[in-house]
Design a protein around this ligand. Structure first.
Ligand SMILES: C[S@@+](CC[C@H](N)C(=O)[O-])C[C@H]1O[C@@H](n2cnc3c(N)ncnc32)[C@H](O)[C@@H]1O
Length: 137
């Protein structure tokens, strides 16, 4: 299973260590950061060029999953791309291309925080698949 995470701009320096921690643990994740654009449409075009496989768009108006359900999403797709929008969100055109719109909660999270929550859930999902004691429910 290969995982690609697309995001807009670099993560804030004070969160970089946490991001690197999870990327090291996940191992098969490729992070691609596109340049911030003048509009969400411009960012959307840059992000669209990098999509590969099943496309999951992160948006607070999407569908919430349990961590176990989320691990099933990872298991069912051999190549999966996650998109976290920038400060102004994600263009409607890009949202329409999504195979699944995922909400991490109904709260609006700062985009770097959403990126970190997603990374932890990807790690958790993979540990669920491995049957490790990291996740208990
Ligand atoms: C600050 S939010 C964008 C808010 C923007 N005003 C909007 O309405 O989409 C930045 C990005 O973080 C991600 N994000 C923030 N909160 C989220 C949540 N609860 N669930 C999933 N993704 C979230 C989304 O990808 C969003 O595009």
């Amino acid at each position: 299973m290969k995982i690609r995470l697309l995001a807009v701009g670099r993560i804030a320096p004070f969160l970089r260590e946490a991001q690197e921690h999870y990327i090291r643990k996940i191992r098969n994740l490729e992070l691609i950061e596109v340049k911030k654009g003048k509009s969400v449409e411009e960012e959307g075009k840059r992000l669209e060029e990098k999509i590969k496989g099943f496309l999951v768009i992160l948006d607070e108006r999407g569908k919430e999953l349990t961590s176990r359900e989320f691990s099933g999403l990872l298991l069912r797709n051999s190549y999966i791309t996650f998109v976290v929008g920038g400060a102004d969100g994600i263009s409607e055109n890009l949202k329409k291309r999504g195979n699944f719109i995922l909400s991490l909660s109904k709260l609006t999270l700062q985009h770097d925080i959403a990126r970190l929550v997603l990374l932890e859930q990807i790690y958790r999902g993979l540990e669920i698949i491995r049957g490790s004691p990291y996740h208990r429910d």
